[in-house]
Design a protein around this ligand. Sequence first.
Ligand code: C2O
Ligand code: CU
Ligand code: CU
Length: 499
Amino acid sequence: MSRARTTAALAAVAAAAVTLAGCGMIPGSVTGVDEPEFTRELVIPPLAESDVVDGVRTFRLTAQRGTSELVDGMTTETWGFDGSYLGPTLRAHRGEKVAVEVTNDVGETTTVHWHGMHLPAAMDGGPHQTIEPGETWRPTWTIDQPAACLWYHPHLHGKTEEHVYRGLAGMFLLDDDASRAADLPSEYGVDDLPVVVQDKVLDDDGRLVLEDDGAEPGQLGDTVLVNGVAGAFQEVTTERVRLRLLNGSSARTYSLGFADRAMDLVATDGGLLDAPVRLDHVRLAPGERAEVVVRMAPGGTTRLRSSEADLGGVAAPFAMGGNDAFDVLELRAADELAPSPAPAWGPSAHAEEDALREEDATVTRTFELDQRRINGELMDMGRIDEVATVGDTEVWEVRNTVPMPHSFHVHDVQFRVLSVDGEPPPPELAGPKDTVYVEPRRTYRLLLRFEDYTDDRVPFMYHCHMLRHEDEGMMGQFLVVEPGSDAVPGRSPHLAGHG
Ligand code: C2O
Ligand code: CU
Ligand code: CU
């Protein structure tokens, strides 16, 4: 960081201290991001192998410890699945029955959650489905949702941030007939690239630092990685490339795009938009995904960049990374590029059975977010907060009541953002979503439906995906039950009531 920038930053901290004093928070260090040389080849997580056993596509993942070279020339102790950092990309087709045998070799309890997946609560890998050291957990379910870019990561209550930060995360791609038929770059690792963006703090010895100095919304790192590499480039051999962007960070919200060209947003968290949307940048909060297609010129170079992010009315945007602008990934085009069509797909890309209709909504729930609480409560593993009836379409009204960012995520379903403060959502919120950045003082109306998979005992989660907020209790639990079930909100005799 330059002297001038540091001085400005310190002044900003002082200002933040004044602004935040009223809500009892201590401002953290002002952020800034190092810009590395882009000299290292991008690492593409391998596609996970699988065997089809009795009609079940079975994957195996082992969470383990290792060392990685996140930053050129430095060795860092990290965790990964089947490797030392991140994990392989799982891939399955709609209608397939899948199973994942997850073995825990990290030496402490963890869990693995399938973020964005529609599946039974007992298979979800939330805080109740713990995997003890040395054990293997084998969830199984049928893929029953549109093509999308989902991801997996630990979800142990109070430890999620640490486990993800050390490196436990990976992508889970779903295909369907419509996505296969669409005109979209789709050769994995060639013109269809996973891009997991994460920020870290490393000390002089290369150790990952994770500290709580009271900064909101959590620790922001000055080293930005794509797929576990700082300063990565990718050689491009086609006219268009599709980037599957995932914000796998704890707290940082990015505004991703290219300084010299627009891009086509083709999909959000849960699948394809109705049609591509031309954008300069897309804001991504922790947990959110966006698929973009960018056009390359022969021999040309460009960089994916995170520009100053509009965080909405937060108290101290500069202290929350809102003023940071930095390059993330370099794309280098070959002198000759294979032609690729402009992104396009037909209306049949959206199956009638997936449609959500506001007029079907029979239940409205409200969720008020403050610094850490949802509807005035902190997470209690032994308490059920909401009970939904299978088959119901509901509206969830989520309001952020404080000048602090949150990233609201619901398990089991993809929702549609009906409105933001009564206005239609911007294009990047118009597709299927499971996580949404919730700007301060705004109300987001979400439409969702609980289609199947009832369980009177095992809950799904909803929570803030800013991982420190989540770990500190910004989470609630809901059941999906059969009509007539006697399950009610309150303390549950079926749940271990750890705090
Ligand atoms: Cu990405 Cu409840 O998690
Ligand atoms: Cu999730
Ligand atoms: Cu939050």
